[in-house]
Design a protein. Structure first.
Lengths: 234, 234
DNA sequence: AAGTGGTCTAGACCACGAC
DNA sequence: TCGTGGTCTAGACCACTTC
């Protein structure tokens, strides 16, 4: 049994090697598709399949009528997998629902959710525990819509995107994270049993519908000694 | 002048709509390529181009011999653009090189860099300023290699990946971020002119060569009131 | 006019899965 | 055996860039 890797993949690897070794530098033109066909002895569609992969992986870009060119590498792009219940050093194994309420938003919240101050907003406040220790204080604000689940069972253990599951297709959901660090205020110190100096990692989540209308705002305050977020390139 | 969008894109949009509207649910089989050819009246390569795009965007996956299936949506994936000199609320406009030195690693550092404790490591310590205010304290550890730039000019204003520019192709560089929050120690308080309680956002960067050997470790301590990291879905 | 990439066709053969 | 997706070919026409 011989595993033969498809031709287009070996062409991809070959061109990657030319780029990584410096033979092809950012801005340089890749040989034309016709030239690559002759060089590798394959049809144009095969060469184009290879070039499509290289473009998808960020190695090259194409300008119609001109050619394919080596892309300047992106050095600052990372992928992070975030879920308020799970992170790289710790998982939430218990939650406590502090409050579910319908409120009227204040100035800032109305602005964040792009609504007027007389609209109803669902506020959910929870505590997250690991091994019996309170590790995070969590607040969510959701635009109130008919048919929304305000059943405590459905809310207590749900992550933010899950709370919108009945209203929105998850494929269409756009999300945004804002990460920063603060000193806890008295209320949070009380909830998280903090008696000495400790920093909080704060993660704000904003959910948008496919037409970029805000659907909700979530803020999770993690004890700094109980969370690390991890990002990876590619 | 009429802009005609290519057929394969309209097929992509049509299938996306079927998925977003719930007509096709996660786990469901997408109609076979042959069926799609007949439905849209196009050749198989055109249908396959559409399916490739849907697969690349995470909507579907394929099992050879069985068919194409709707993917379970990933709800926790975000992209973050991080660069120690720039973030969404603030940019570093001035740097101060505190120290460049060759050191022997301690236990933890040797472990992080996967080297023995008798190997040489370059340590670089810097301060970052915005409008004359020190906003971050930055430490880098780089494996010493012949030909490495220890010229202060090349180091002072460089981001971490840039420091390796002479040694590694940036395309091949793998990177990792660890984000957490701490209270500053006395040394950092002194460097950042912190007199009251303030949290630090700490970003650790690890750089790896293409064969997953660690190349360097960087730790940047940002004043919590001067940095916010932003992540977006898709 | 010549060269480039973008789109699309109508086939072909293969490996794999289900029956 | 038949249907499925995976690979590959040898063309074609188009829009665009360059000269």
């Amino acid at each position: 049994m011989i595993m033969v890797s498809p031709v287009y993949l070996s062409i991809v690897e070959d061109i990657k090697t030319r780029i990584n070794s410096g033979g092809l530098k950012p801005g340089d033109a890749v040989p034309s598709e016709k030239a690559l066909c002759e060089e590798y002895g394959v049809s144009r569609m095969t060469v184009r399949k290879s070039l499509t992969i290289l473009a998808n992986e960020g190695y090259i870009y194409s300008i119609p009528g001109k050619g394919n060119f080596v892309q300047e590498p992106v050095l600052n792009k990372y992928t992070i997998f975030y879920d308020e219940m799970n992170n790289s050093i710790n998982s939430v194994d218990q939650t406590k629902l502090l409050e579910v309420n319908i409120i009227m938003p204040d100035e800032k919240l109305a602005n964040d959710l792009q609504i007027t101050k007389n609209k109803n907003v669902i506020m959910i406040r929870r505590l997250f525990y690991t091994d019996g220790v309170p590790v995070a204080y969590d607040v969510k604000y959701l635009l109130y819509q008919k048919g929304m689940p305000i059943v405590e069972k459905e809310i207590e253990h749900a992550t933010f995107p899950e709370m919108l599951s009945t209203k929105v297709s998850h494929f269409a959901l756009k999300k945004e994270l804002i990460i920063h660090a603060v000193i806890p205020d008295e209320q949070i110190k009380r909830h998280l049993n903090i008696y000495n100096e400790l920093a909080l990692l704060v993660v704000e989540q904003k959910l948008y519908s496919s037409d970029n209308k805000p659907m909700g705002l979530g803020i999770t305050y993690f004890r700094g000694d109980y969370i690390k977020l991890q990002g990876i390139s590619q």
